[in-house]
Design a protein around this ligand. Sequence first.
Ligand SMILES: C[S@@+](CC[C@H](N)C(=O)[O-])C[C@H]1O[C@@H](n2cnc3c(N)ncnc32)[C@H](O)[C@@H]1O
Length: 256
Amino acid sequence: MYQCGRRSSKLPSIEYDGQNWKQYLLQAKWKRFKSLHELLLEENDHIQTSIIEKEIVRVRTKEYYRYRMHALQSFFRKYGNGFDEVYEIGSGAGFNLFTLYESKQFKKLHGLEISENGIEASKQTAHYFKLDNVYFSKIDLRQENDPSFKLITNKLVFSYYCLEQLKKDLSIVIDNIIKARPSRVIHIEPVPLKNSLLELNSYFYSLARDYSRNLTKELEKKQQQGLINILNMEKCYYAPTIRHFPTIIVWEPRIF
Ligand SMILES: C[S@@+](CC[C@H](N)C(=O)[O-])C[C@H]1O[C@@H](n2cnc3c(N)ncnc32)[C@H](O)[C@@H]1O
């Protein structure tokens, strides 16, 4: 069942800090796995219905996560070439950065997150698996003067299913990112298309959860204002359930 309700400014941090990442930290789930690779794949043989490459498939959970891992790593081979460091905004419990750590593409990885529990879980996981050069710090993307924005100047930055949470503050958050002057930004965010049959379920899910659906429009507006150049927009069809597929949007601030 969809959980309905209006998305207030505070909701994303309450949801994740108080529930998902708190539970994850309390259970120290990473300790159940022998390696980071096993943690990332969940080593779970449960059969689930997912979407992979536009097909509805019945797959083992670990097979789905193997696909997700390769998909994420291949996005960065395509759009992150030439960068030594990568910063994730809204890094949660660090899974995406750990996935990129496995690919060995980057010398340094840094997660920025509002949830103290998410940051603590990420740090403990990195420590447990003895990972080098993976860092986590606090940021509130809504706050223009948050000191952590300085970290992303001239860097490669990405978000993964984070900005959808920030519906009320989306425009402010994008302005804050532009002002920090990163070199390149990659969003991997669900932007459901109203006119696609496969996406109808995603559209109603986003509506019910009051998620942001305007990321592409906001970025196109910034481009028209001469603030950014959008390099690419690409719809991808994979998800652990049969809805909520990502769109990859790559942009760079304009140089004046
Ligand atoms: C759906 S989770 C995604 C986490 C991670 N990107 C992943 O894919 O595993 C969204 C994350 O955005 C974070 N977030 C929400 N509001 C934020 C804000 N204002 N500043 C920074 N992070 C925020 C939440 O705490 C949560 O960890």
